[in-house]
Write a protein that binds this ligand. Structure first.
Ligand SMILES: NC(=O)c1ccc[n+]([C@@H]2O[C@H](COP(=O)([O-])OP(=O)(O)OC[C@H]3O[C@@H](n4cnc5c(N)ncnc54)[C@H](O)[C@@H]3O)[C@@H](O)[C@H]2O)c1
Length: 260
């Protein structure tokens, strides 16, 4: 999908931090916010992916500043959020495994990267946002922030926690002009989804080529994956002046999954 031609909202002069910026959704969000004029702090542990992103951002209205950082370093995560006007908590990882076999160390890492790091990033970003009376926090949650699926204990737990963090930030941020919302996509066409096809085939006992239609798209009324650029568009909308009354909520992009 080609990037949206329009560049609203006007984020000229704003600094936006996007975590997991080298991945599918984070990359699309970084490019979208840079197209809107923001100075984007692109954070990821994947240095090569960030290099590639810098190349892709050339010629856009805003600028892109790559930061190689592993978000399990929570002190560094909090520090890098200082001075940001827009915070997009996006970095994530997935492991598909039955609960009784789920490796405790992976559970811990998933919760650290997908819940504790967002808390520390919000904590680091709020003083500047409060000081100027304006800020936007967008948390990339998932349908799995609202619904569970079997074999995703850590991911579902982290996303449900992120929903709570987002709502708490909304309540505290409102008097300071800070909104906090979740964006909740169903399955997006990204490496995170491609990597889980084999695992899903194994735990569900079906061939890999049947995973898309029989597992991933089973509950979606719209039978396709959503593109990262469509998620980025929702993020940009939540940063626009038209969205200033929207806070503490979850913008669901699920092709009808949760309409069941
Ligand atoms: N792909 C989907 O179907 C889907 C659906 C709903 C929600 N989401 C959410 O969207 C977000 C992005 O997912 P994606 O599909 O683009 O995944 P992705 O795997 O393409 O990208 C994730 C990025 O996060 C980075 N990352 C992971 N651990 C990190 C760490 N410790 N420190 C720094 N960076 C780290 C990775 O390097 C990668 O660049 C995730 O929070 C995911 O849960 C994805």
């Amino acid at each position: 999908m080609t990037p949206a031609p329009h560049t609203s909202p006007d984020l000229g002069g704003r600094t936006a931090l996007v975590t997991g910026a080298a991945g599918g959704i984070g990359r699309a969000c970084s490019l979208r916010l840079a197209a809107a004029g923001a100075k984007v702090r692109a954070v990821d542990r994947d240095a090569a992916g960030l290099d590639d992103l810098v190349g892709a951002a050339r010629g856009l209205e805003g600028t892109l500043e790559p930061h190689v950082l592993d978000l399990t370093d929570l002190d560094a995560a909090e520090e890098i959020a200082a001075g940001t006007d827009v915070l997009v908590n996006n970095a994530g990882l997935q492991l598909v495994s039955p609960l009784h076999e789920f490796p405790p160390d992976v559970f811990h890492t998933v919760l650290t990267v997908m819940l504790e790091a967002p808390f520390r990033l919000v904590r680091g970003a709020l003083p500047h946002m409060y000081g100027q009376g304006w800020g936007r926090i967008v948390n990339i949650s998932s349908v799995h922030g609202l619904r569970a699926s079997a074999f995703k204990a850590a991911y579902v737990s982290a996303k449900h926690g992120l929903e709570g963090l987002s709502k708490a930030a909304a309540l505290e941020g409102a008097p300071h002009g800070v909104t906090s919302n979740c964006v909740n996509p169903a399955y997006v066409r990204t490496p995170l989804v491609e990597k889980q096809l084999a695992d899903q085939a194994r735990v569900h006992g079906i061939p890999e080529e049947r995973v898309l239609s029989e597992v991933l798209l089973q509950d979606s009324a719209v039978k396709r994956l959503i593109e990262p650029e469509e998620v980025a568009e929702a993020v940009a909308y939540l940063c626009s002046p038209q969205a200033s009354f929207i806070t503490g909520t979850s913008l669901v992009l699920d092709g009808g999954w949760t309409a069941h």
